[in-house]
Design a protein around this ligand. Structure first.
Ligand code: SAM
Ligand code: SF4
Length: 449
């Protein structure tokens, strides 16, 4: 058995891709290892969304290369692969700067890794493949679905045609592509058979999903209804959604499908219409708030999370205050917020009125204080109330399990009788910003055990 170490950076799409890389290589004699100092193959699956991403990878390579040299002296060969969006953006520059890297492979060609590794192991050559090939990577990957966690990711859509003026994704992941319905359903069935209880559908713009099959047009709502009927499914989620593609059918699905969790990640980025226009987001604050209120009308227990960018070019104090006002109106359960990062090649990077770092830092801190307060308030609102939890793993202490609530809160509880994969009802007995503690409720009398 050869040892394979994969380090994953960035979003859930990369987590999914890393799992698939492992599945691709397992039949070729590779076993996953969590120690790169003893690995035969090291893969860095990289993210390019914000600045310094490439520099981070070069410093990581700076730590790995001496290990490769040391092992080489002992006669052991280690292959280093840089995959993901930094690989796509930097291409052969990676090997120019760090000649100990053997393979550079973009997000659309990693299905060729077994072939590439076997080639370089025979000939000691280097391979750079950052094409967007005609043959589809999913056609290769579908034969290997093997890893299923209680909560499993399933990629249904990739790439993006929206070209927000701050974002590199359309350049690194390519244009929008929706996988065939039948392949998605097959993969979901495999995951459920292997023990998944919750499936999270993934896509850069997951709600732009669109496919024609069986004389029907399939959108995300139809796909969710279909998946909700599969045996063994307990929970469904999807991410990341774009407000423009949040159509009425999908909103309606939230009121119809009990398995669809009442929690939606719906990034707005800014609460100011002028900035949204400059960002090329295609919606205004009113449209966003209308979606939120339609969803609340259809499911009153729904909660929201979002992404925010502060300090986009031209963001005035007034525009930033509009973001704070929007946050107060929506009252988020959780959110991610970032300082605007100038990405070469994107329209935002050459816009006038770039904001200085100090202002960005101050604005980020003000926004995060408000978002943290909302998150704590949201968690506290469950004190002494009931929540259903899907047990995902063992806790730190003996007899303890940790799982996720419908709102993706981490909850730990003591019980030796329940097992990973069980859905249990808990009474919440303590709350914090990042986790909650619960006690099991006796299903026969509703009392806590
Ligand atoms: N497709 C999703 C959407 O439209 O909301 C977002 C996907 S992107 C991978 C994840 C998040 O990274 C974005 O929502 C945005 O907040 C952040 N992001 C992207 N480009 C950025 C940049 N140049 N600077 C700072 N944050 C950025
Ligand atoms: Fe990037 Fe915008 Fe596409 Fe999201 S919708 S991936 S932010 S270009």
């Amino acid at each position: 058995m050869k040892k394979l170490f994969i380090k994953t950076y960035g979003c859930q799409m990369n987590v999914y891709d890393s799992e698939r890389m492992y599945e691709l290589l397992a039949p070729h004699g590779y076993k996953q290892s969590d120690d790169y100092s003893e690995a035969d193959v090291i893969i860095l699956n990289t993210c390019h969304i914000r600045e310094k991403a490439a520099e981070k990878i070069y410093s990581e390579l700076g730590r790995i290369v001496p290990i490769k040299k040391k092992l080489a002296k002992k006669g052991k060969k280690t292959n280093i692969v840089v995959a993901g969006c930094v690989a796509q953006a930097e291409g052969s520059e990676i090997i120019n700067r760090q000649p100990f890297v053997d393979i550079v492979v973009g997000p659309q060609t990693y299905h060729k890794l077994p072939e590439f590794l076997s080639k370089i192991q025979k000939s000691s050559s280097k391979i750079v493949d950052t094409n967007f090939p005609v043959e589809n990577k999913f056609d290769t990957l579908e034969h290997n679905r093997d890893v299923a966690n209680v909560t499993s990711f399933l990629s249904i859509q990739e790439g993006c045609d929206k070209f927000c003026s701050f974002c590199v994704v359309p350049y690194t992941r390519g244009l929008e592509y929706s996988r065939p319905v039948i392949k998605i359903i097959e993969e979901a069935k495999i995951l459920l058979k292997k023990g998944a209880k919750e499936i999270c559908l993934l896509g850069q713009n997951v709600n732009a999903y669109s496919f024609s099959y069986n004389k029907k047009d399939w959108n995300l709502a139809r796909l969710l209804r279909e998946l909700a009927g599969l045996e063994g499914i307990k929970r469904l989620r999807y991410m990341t959604s774009h407000p423009v593609d949040m159509n009425d059918d999908l909103i309606k699905a939230h009121g119809e499908i009990p398995f669809l969790m009442p929690y939606l990640h719906l990034p707005i980025q800014s609460g100011d219409d002028d900035i949204l226009k400059k960002m090329n987001r295609g919606y205004d604050v009113k449209l966003y708030l209308d979606i939120i209120s339609k969803l609340k009308n259809i499911r009153d227990d729904i909660a929201f999370s979002s992404d925010f960018i502060v300090g986009f070019p031209g963001e005035t104090d007034k525009a930033f205050n509009n973001t704070l006002e929007l946050v107060k109106k929506v009252n988020y359960a959780q959110a991610y917020s970032f300082k605007y990062s100038r990405r070469p090649g994107t329209p935002g990077s050459i816009m006038k009125n770039q904001i200085n770092e100090q202002i960005k830092t101050e604005r980020l801190s003000i926004l995060q204080q408000l978002l943290n307060k909302q998150q704590i308030h949201f968690n506290n609102s469950f004190m002494d109330n009931k929540l259903e939890v899907l047990a995902e793993k063992k806790g730190k202490k003996g007899g303890q399990l940790v799982g996720k609530s419908p709102y993706l809160q981490s909850i730990y509880f003591n019980n030796e009788f329940n097992k990973i994969g069980d859905l249990v009802k808990l009474k919440i007995i303590s709350t914090g910003k990042n986790s909650l503690e619960g006690k099991l409720i006796n299903s026969s009398n509703g009392e806590i055990n």
